[in-house]
Design a protein around this ligand. Structure first.
Ligand SMILES: NC(=O)c1ccc[n+]([C@@H]2O[C@H](COP(=O)([O-])OP(=O)(O)OC[C@H]3O[C@@H](n4cnc5c(N)ncnc54)[C@H](OP(=O)(O)O)[C@@H]3O)[C@@H](O)[C@H]2O)c1
Length: 311
C-alpha cells in the first residue's frame, strides 16, 4: 500500500490512463478551498486546463492572488475568481456563501481541499478545535450553504452530469477510527497527528453521509486521498518525513490528479459516496471489523448539524 502513495505508485498507475478531453470542463464553474498553494493551487491549474472557471477560496487574499497569478502565467485565458473564505470560521463560511449565491448562477463542483496539521491544540473564534473546524464543520456548512448553486449545476436533463463535491482526505485516515465521543479533542494529551487523522476519517464518512442526503438533489459526493505530495504543508508540518521520503514524494500535479479527475471523468458522475485514490475506488478500511457502527455515523451527522445550526 505505502509505495503506492509515492511518486512511483503514481507513475506505475498513470501509465495506463487515457487523457481527459481538453474541453472536459468547459462551461463548468468549480470552487476549490485552500487554494493559495500546494495541492489546492495545483487543483485549480488542473481544472482550468480542462476549461473550467474556478472560484479560489483562500483565507489570505494576497497569498490567493499570488497563486492565481502563477496559474494565469501558465493559462492566460483562465477564468479565475479569488474569494476570501476561512473554512475554520463558520461565520466567514456563511458570509462567503451568501456572496457566492448573489454572484453565481450555478456551481458544478466543490473541492474541499483546505487542510491543517497543527502542533498544539488550537481553538477557532467559534470555539472549535482547528482540525475539526477546517476539515469537517466548515466543509459541511459550505456544502449546505452552496446547495442552491450545486442544485443549479445539476440540471435534471443531464442525469449523468451531477454537480460533484470532493473531500480531499488523507491516507492517514486509515490510522483512525470514527470517534465522536471527544470530537473537540478536549480530553487527554493533544496530538496534531491524531486530530488530523481523526478528522480525515470523519471526512470520508461525511462524504458517504452527504452522498445519501444529497442523492435526491442530483449532487454526487466523493472523498479521495492524494498520496504523498511535496507541498508547503508537508515541508512545514512534517520536515523529517519530507527528508526521509525526499525524491519519492509526488509533485503537486500528481497529488492533485484524482481531485481534478473526479470533477471531469464520467465514472464519478455515475456513483456517489466513494473513496478514491489514483482514479480507482479504494476500501475505507483494511482491517476486518473496522466499519463504523450506525450510531457512530449518526453521531457524526448530529455533531455537524448541532455545530452549524439551522439552515
Ligand atoms: N501533501 C500531501 O502529501 C497530502 C497527503 C494527504 C492529504 N493531503 C491533504 O491535501 C490537502 C492539501 O494539502 P497540502 O499538502 O497542499 O497542504 P498545504 O501546502 O499546507 O496547503 C493547505 C492549503 O489550505 C489552506 N488553508 C488552511 N486552513 C485554511 C482555512 N481555515 N481556510 C482556508 N484555507 C485554509 C492553506 O492556506 P494558507 O496559504 O493561508 O496557509 C493552503 O492554501 C489537505 O487537506 C491535506 O490534508 C495532503
Amino acid at each position: 500500500m505505502v509505495p503506492g502513495y509515492s511518486r512511483l505508485g503514481f507513475l506505475a498507475r498513470s501509465a495506463g490512463w487515457s487523457r481527459l478531453p481538453r474541453e472536459a470542463l468547459t462551461g463548468r464553474t468549480i470552487a476549490v478551498t485552500g487554494s493559495s498553494g500546494g495541492l489546492g493551487e495545483a487543483t485549480v491549474a488542473g481544472l482550468v486546463e480542462l476549461g473550467a472557471a474556478v472560484e479560489m477560496l483562500v483565507r489570505d487574499r494576497a497569498r490567493g492572488e499570488a497563486a492565481r497569478d502563477r496559474v494565469l502565467a501558465a493559462h492566460p485565458d483562465a477564468r479565475i475568481t479569488v474569494a476570501v473564505c476561512d473554512l475554520a470560521d463558520l461565520d466567514d463560511v456563511r458570509r462567503y456563501a451568501s456572496d457566492a449565491r448573489d454572484r453565481l448562477i450555478a456551481l458544478h463542483g466543490l473541492v474541499h481541499n483546505a487542510g491543517v496539521l497543527p502542533e498544539a491544540r488550537t481553538e477557532t473564534a467559534g470555539g472549535h478545535e482547528l482540525c475539526l473546524a477546517t476539515h469537517v464543520l466548515g466543509p459541511f456548512l459550505l456544502t449546505r450553504e452552496l446547495l442552491p448553486l450545486l442544485r443549479a449545476g445539476s440540471p435534471p436533463d443531464r442525469p449523468g452530469s451531477p454537480a460533484r463535491v470532493v473531500f480531499v482526505s488523507s491516507g492517514g485516515m486509515y490510522t483512525a477510527s470514527l470517534r465522536t465521543d471527544d470530537p473537540e479533542f478536549r480530553e487527554g494529551k493533544f496530538s496534531g497527528g491524531a486530530a488530523y487523522a481523526r478528522t480525515k476519517r470523519m471526512q470520508v464518512v461525511l462524504a458517504e453521509l452527504l452522498a445519501d442526503d444529497l442523492a435526491g438533489a442530483g449532487v454526487a459526493v466523493h472523498s479521495m486521498h492524494p498520496g504523498w505530495a511535496d507541498t508547503p504543508g508537508v515541508a512545514g508540518s512534517l520536515p523529517a518525513f519530507r527528508r526521509i521520503t525526499g525524491p519519492l514524494l509526488r509533485s503537486v500535479d500528481q497529488g492533485a490528479d484524482t481531485a481534478v479527475w473526479l470533477q471531469a471523468a464520467r465514472e464519478p458522475g455515475q456513483c456517489s459516496g466513494v473513496f478514491w485514490h489514483d482514479r480507482v475506488p479504494r476500501p475505507t478500511h483494511y482491517l476486518p471489523g473496522g466499519e463504523e457502527a450506525p450510531e457512530a455515523r449518526a453521531g457524526l451527522w448530529a455533531l455537524c448539524v448541532d455545530a452549524v445550526g439551522p439552515t
